[in-house]
Design a protein around this ligand. Structure first.
Ligand code: ZN
Length: 323
């Protein structure tokens, strides 16, 4: 058993329970909210409390929130939500971009003038070991970064290396947003293996966007956990395809290499509210209401479902030795 840092203090890894491994609460663009958008802080918090209360009532115990710099991260707001719900929220540290680092980092770091150690590493390690500013000592429980259709740009690689170093210093696990259509998991593997990172400590997020079973098996055989974590984003892959992919991998013996989630949020400002109707399944309860019955109908056992929802998340947050 391991003490896992959460938005409301440490929780025993054995008590994480049914865990959704990739759910946001708020995804924002703070410059926009501060200047143009109508942002109702109290209303947004109340909505999040209501949605997470529904999730708790459906039998889920923990969400893992990978909202980092680049996604409007503001952990004091998450703490306020977490204090009002029966769902444990594990928060992340990291930087999210598909191409270049945020301007703050562009002239601070290795190979620049002046040539300095990457300030991201110290920021990540502080969040993981001391606490996140403004939270009274809440610690991040894992590291998060991204690679998408632009591929392994210099800055994406820089962030991945910073994440790898903070990981090896602290032992905190990693989640990488990937773009399986371009097999970016293999690019991630190249960089992480050069940094000496153990693949079993890493979730390759959004693997479930792909139904290329051979590719997913290749990543799982390297040791990675596959994030089957966008159930409800039907525009990228419909639920029938996502379910069939999980069922086939489970049939081949890979239930211990998959985690389930929806990548949903209570407030997500990348989409106009008018578009929300195009994604009617994109919410916290889609897995419980629709996906689990569909998996069972395809002969995925309750034991395999528990492995993906309970066992694998617990192992991910328990394996935290630095190396
Ligand atoms: Zn996400």
């Amino acid at each position: 058993m391991t003490d896992v840092p959460t938005a409301t203090g440490f929780v025993d890894s054995a008590a994480l329970g049914r865990t959704l491994m990739h759910e946001h609460v708020f995804v924002l663009t703070p410059d926009v909210q501060a200047n143009h958008d109508e942002w109702d802080e109290e209303g947004a918090i109340a909505t999040a409390v209501a949605k997470l209360t529904e999730l708790a009532a459906a039998g889920y115990d923990t969400i893992v929130d990978p909202t980092v710099i680049g996604l409007g991260r503001y952990v004091p707001r998450i703490v306020r939500v977490a204090q009002q719900v029966d769902v444990t929220i594990i928060v992340a540290t990291g930087v999210y971009t598909y191409n270049t680092v945020p301007f703050y980092f562009q002239h601070r770091g290795p190979g620049l003038l002046p040539d300095l150690p990457d300030p991201m590493i110290d920021m990540f390690v502080r969040d993981l070991t001391i606490g996140i500013p403004g939270t009274g000592g809440v610690r991040a429980g894992f590291l998060k970064c991204a690679i998408d259709h632009f591929g392994m740009t210099a800055d994406v690689e820089r962030i991945l290396c910073a994440v790898a170093r903070a990981h090896r210093t602290t032992g905190a696990p990693i989640t990488v947003h990937t773009h399986p259509a371009s097999k970016s998991g293999l690019d991630v593997h190249k960089v992480l293996s050069a940094e000496g990172v153990d693949p079993s400590r890493v979730v390759l997020g959004h693997s479930g966007d792909s139904d290329d079973i051979d590719h997913l098996v290749e990543l799982a055989d390297l040791g990675y956990l596959l994030g089957m974590d966008r159930f409800g984003v039907d525009t990228i892959a419909p639920v029938e395809q996502r379910v069939a992919t999980v069922a086939e991998l489970a049939r081949r013996g890979y239930a211990d290499r998959m985690v389930l989630s929806q990548d949903a949020a209570c407030y997500f400002d990348w989409l106009d509210p008018a578009f929300a109707g195009a994604l009617p399944n994109w919410h916290y309860l889609h897995i419980e209401n629709d996906v689990l019955p569909a998996l069972r109908a395809q002969d995925v056992t309750d034991e395999q479902i528990d492995q993906m929802l309970i066992g694998n998340p617990r192992r991910y947050f328990e394996t935290v030795e630095p190396y």
